[in-house]
Design a protein around this ligand. Structure first.
Ligand SMILES: NC(=O)c1ccc[n+]([C@@H]2O[C@H](COP(=O)([O-])OP(=O)(O)OC[C@H]3O[C@@H](n4cnc5c(N)ncnc54)[C@H](O)[C@@H]3O)[C@@H](O)[C@H]2O)c1
Length: 356
């Protein structure tokens, strides 16, 4: 049955991609985003325009209707704008609220810690409060594979403790999970946290390594390859992520027994609270990913090999068994197909960029 859904981070990579899919399946969507300039605002505006929101007509706190999808409305606002957010959520009575707005990026968090406290802690508290006041039936939010920090056991499982973050970004994402748990416990709000693993694809994020690599390779510039290329990532194609979220929307978190044998399972609770990994379950060596970019861009990369960067993980690998068993989640885009799709979009977007 079609639902009324709030999506924050609507001008962002995952938010935009998700909203497109929700509109196509018949949901009614309200998107919010502050359209900040952490990365190219033109790309955020181009994503909005692609869903029929005219960037020239966007004004703070003014709802704007999509010219392509009658069921889509966008509002430019900050998550931290508590009162307008409360009013909006109480008035609209969303079936589901999906919080994707955040300050992302591991490396940026080293030099800009306050941006993370603002969006990921204060902003997250604000959306939780709005969810509480509106008594929403399901609150879904983005966490991150970065919470696995110093963990060495792979694949990373949601039943593993995650108490050793390597960056403030990761610490704020772990904090979000704890904050969500307290709201699920105190107010009975079903919350589902999703640990995304290196999401890539068309309309992707220009601050992420794969996008920076594509830009540099295209321009004949040298790419910086950290840890001498000895890294693996569980790259997850955007369509697989969107399909996973669509399935999760249908099933709010339920209270469950928390003990598995003698230990507490951190991914569930006697409160309606769940955590899932949403990855690909097939870690790819970074050099293989670069090779796919070279093939699709038709140019060899010039590489400068450097030491590991502070805050980075050497390997990410998602154990997705909970999502597979409970939701039939089965990501099926391999790196060959995924990179080809990304590069096809990237070439068109990069050439047309100036016209947006
Ligand atoms: N893309 C990935 O690989 C990945 C991996 C792990 C986790 N995540 C998480 O998934 C979520 C979505 O990621 P994305 O890749 O789409 O990022 P994105 O940066 O493209 O999208 C986030 C959007 O949120 C908006 N935003 C930021 N702070 C805001 C605020 N205070 N109020 C209102 N809007 C605000 C930004 O303008 C941006 O458009 C984020 O929470 C991110 O931390 C993403």
């Amino acid at each position: 049955m079609p639902k009324k859904i709030l999506v924050t981070g609507a001008a962002g990579f995952i938010g935009f991609s998700l909203i497109g899919a929700l509109l196509k399946r018949g949901d009614q969507v309200l998107g919010i985003d502050n359209i900040n300039d952490y990365y190219d605002v033109d790309l955020k505006n181009a994503r909005l325009a692609n869903l029929g929101i005219n960037p020239a007509q966007i004004h703070w706190h003014q709802p704007i209707k999509s010219q392509l999808y009658p069921a889509y409305t966008f509002i430019r606002m900050n998550l931290e704008d508590q009162e307008p957010l409360n009013d909006l959520c109480i008035k609209e009575q969303f079936d589901v609220m999906i919080n994707l707005a955040a300050q992302p990026g591991v490396r940026y968090s080293i030099n800009h810690p306050h941006a993370y406290a603002q969006a990921n802690l204060l902003g997250f508290l604000s959306i939780l409060e709005a969810a509480r006041l509106a008594k929403v039936g399901h609150f879904i939010y983005a966490s991150s594979s970065s919470v696995y920090g110093m963990n060495e056991k792979v694949p990373f499982s949601v039943t593993d403790p995650v108490d050793h973050p390597l960056s403030l970004y990761a610490a704020t994402k772990k904090a979000n999970e704890l904050m969500a748990h307290s709201y699920s416990h105190l107010y009975g709000i079903p919350t589902t946290g999703l640990r995304f693993f290196t999401v890539y694809g068309p309309w992707g994020r220009p601050d992420m390594a794969y996008y920076l690599f594509a830009e540099a390779i295209r321009a004949g510039k040298t790419i910086k390859v950290f840890n001498h290329g000895q890294m693996k990532r569980d790259f997850t194609y955007i369509d697989d992520i969107v399909r996973g979220i669509e399935a999760i929307i249908e099933k709010p978190a339920q209270p469950l027994p928390v003990t598995t044998g003698s230990s507490l399972d951190p991914s569930r609770s006697t409160a309606p609270y769940r955590i899932y990994n949403i990855g690909n379950n097939r870690p790819v060596p970074l050099m293989d990913f670069i090779r796919e970019l070279e093939i699709n861009l038709g140019t060899n990369a010039q590489m400068e090999f450097l030491e590991m960067q502070p805050g980075d993980l050497e390997e990410t690998w998602a154990d997705i068994s909970e999502l597979a068993v409970e939701f039939g989640y089965s990501p099926d885009t391999d790196i060959g197909q995924g990179v080809a799709q990304f590069v096809e979009w990237f070439k068109i977007y990069s050439s047309a960029k100036k016209s947006y």
